[in-house]
Design a protein around this ligand. Sequence first.
Ligand SMILES: [Zn+2]
Length: 294
Amino acid sequence: MPQAGRGAAPPGQQAWSAPADGGAAPGAHLLRPPPVPLRAPEPPKAPPHDGLPRRQLMVAGYVLEYSLRRSTRHSIGFMIDDDGLRVTAPKRVSIAEIDNAIRAKQNWILSKLEERRERRAARLRKPPVEWVDGTSLPYLGGELKLRLYTATRNRSDYNPDTRELHMGLVQGATETLLKERVKSWMRQQAEGLFQQRLDLYAARLGVQYSGFALSSAGTRWGSCTVQRVIRLNWKLIHFSLPLIDYVVAHELAHILEMNHSPRFWAQVGRIYPAYEEAKALLRRRAQELPVLFG
Ligand SMILES: [Zn+2]
């Protein structure tokens, strides 16, 4: 599928964009009343940098900055994510030719960049999650309620009926520690669930993957290497099972087709017929995620 945003994945890996968490949580009390004063939250991390050379170009009165990756592909590819415009071009193509290709698509590029900026701004305007007893966190397409209590040792118990995650915190626990605990609990759930779904869909598709690992890359939901190793972003655990299954089916289909050709989508469709809807919904849900772990 010649879709923008799909063009710049390195050979052997297919990827698409997800927004990274951004911003910092406010200094909030973990428990009401707080057992101890809390340390100030850490400053937000710098945006991810891909290390690629960045170039600038005047386009329609704007200075357009883009990163350039050289590849063995046969055409110039454009991809837009929260880091801006990324261009992938064959080695033999000159900078002048690349700049011309950008100018030829400038309206599309500028409107996509503007769309991204607006969405990002809207996401950052949302109040960040308050790390207190009773707070709601996105989990499997719904919300779980975080219940905090003081305990002599750290422990976590999830009740799927009430959708409450009870977390015992030792005296003096900081917000940073709480966030780490919740994150690690969510990663654990993600690992178990994704493994199950991979096995299920691999059997349906009739393929075998050689390995599975969680990733936390801010800009990718999943990837599949030529060695058939599948990586899935643990943050998918925030979304409903059908969306998780879509990414699982998508990455497994790459074992058969290492591209996004019609043949690839036909393989996805065999085990996940409603992939078009899922793809669009995943993009929307990702934009709606609140700032969680900063
Ligand atoms: Zn893909």
